[in-house]
Design a protein around this ligand. Sequence first.
Ligand code: SAH
Length: 434
Amino acid sequence: MRKQAEGKKPARRKPAAHSTRRPEHAARSGQKPEQRQPAAGFAVQRPRSERCPYSRKCGGCQLQNLEYPDQLRWKQRLIERLIGRFCSVAPILGMDEPYHYRCKVQAAFGVVRGKFVCGIYQSSTHHIIPVDHCRIEDENAGRIIADIRALLPKFHIVPYNEDTQRGVLRHVLVRRGYATGRYLVALVTGTPVLPAKNNFIRALLKLHPEITTVVLNINRKRTSMVLGDEEQTLYGPGTIEDELCGLRFRISASSFYQVNPVQTERLYRAAIEMAQLTGTETVLDAYCGVGTIGLAASAKAGKVIGVELNPAAARDAAENARRNGVKNARFYAGDAGEFLRETAGAGEKIDVVLMDPPRAGSSREFLAAVCQAAPSRVVYISCNPETQARDLAYLTSHGYRAERAQPVDMFPWTHHCENIVSLTRRETGAGQRA
Ligand code: SAH
C-alpha cells in the first residue's frame, strides 16, 4: 500500500514504503498529542535499560516504553476509539516475533570527525547517528550496510558531504526478498561515477553472496528523498523477487512493496476473506500498487481490474500478472476516482471494491464513484485510521453499512496501525438499492 519515492531521509527507522502513503512519511509536526505520548494510561512501562538505545534520537519507534502485548492493547483501543462507532472491532493480529521485520533498510552515509559513518538521521535533522543494531530491521541487511562502510576506504569511495556537495556515497538501500533470501543493494550516489566499482562489488559479493543484484541510483538533488530518478544496474538483473500468498512478485529498488512480509500475508488473507468472493465477482483493486492484493484475490474472483496512479507500478502489476499466469486480471494507470467514475459510467458492473489508499485516505471523488457504482461489498484497507474514519462517515451515510473491522499490526514498536473494514450495501426496499 504503499508507494513510490521510497524513502525520505528520516525514513530508515519507520514503517513502510511509498512516499504518498506509508507511515514512515508522516510529518512529525502533524502527530496528534495522543500519538506523541502513546503510553499514557498504561501502568507497565518497560525499564529504560531494555529500550532501544537509539530510540530518543531516532524517534521511529514511539512505543518503546510498552511491552509488546501492551502495544497491541494500545492499538486495539485506538481502532476502537476511531472505528468502533461504525462496527465491531476484531482482536488485532499481532506478530509472534515482533523484531527485525523490516525487509527494506536504508542508511545515510557521511563523515563525522574524519570517520566514515552510516546510520540514521536524528529526528528532524540531517545529523547522522551511527547505528550498529536496529531491533526492527532485517539483521543481515544491517550487516551488509556495515560491511559496505568498512570497505569504502579501501576503494577510495568517500561519503557525500551535503554542505560541500563533494564525495560520492549518499545512502545505501537494501531490500530482502523475504521468501527467496535474496538481497538487492542500491548504492545512492551524488554523481554517476563510482570509483573502482567492479572491484568494490566483487569484494562485497565475496562477503555477501546472498546479494543477487546491485544498482547504482544517482541522486544529484538537494532533496529529502533518498532515491533519485536515474538508475543503472551494476550487477545482476536489477530486481529481486519475493513470494506472497503463493505468488511471485518482482521488486525493483524504487517500487513500493510492503516492508513487513509476514504481516502482509495476514493482512491480504484477512482482506480477501472479508471480501467473501465466490469465484464470479468483478473485483476492483483500487490503489493497487504492483497488484499484490488483486492478484492474491484473482483465484477467487471472476475478474480483477486494478487501478494505480503510478504508471511504473501499474506496469509492474501487469507484468506480475503475466509471470504468475493470472489471466483474469487487468491493470490500468490512472486516478482511482476518475477511473471508477468512467467505468461505472460505461456500464461496467463492479461487484466488490478492494481499496487501499495512501495515508491521506481516499478522495471524495472516489467515494462518490463507489456509491454510484454501487458494489455490494467494499473492503477498505488503511494505514491511517483517522482518514479511514472520515471516509467511513461518508460511505455509511451514502448507502453502506460497516460490518467488521480487523486491525493488523504491520509496524510493531511504532504507533502506526493498519486496519481493514468490510462494508455492505444497504438495501432500502424490496430489491431496491440505496
Ligand atoms: N495495494 C498496494 C499499494 C497500496 S499503497 C499494496 O498493498 O502494496 C497506495 C497506492 O495508491 C500507491 O501505490 C500509490 O501510488 C497509489 N495512489 C495514490 N493516489 C492514487 C490515486 N489518486 N489513484 C490511484 N492510485 C493512487
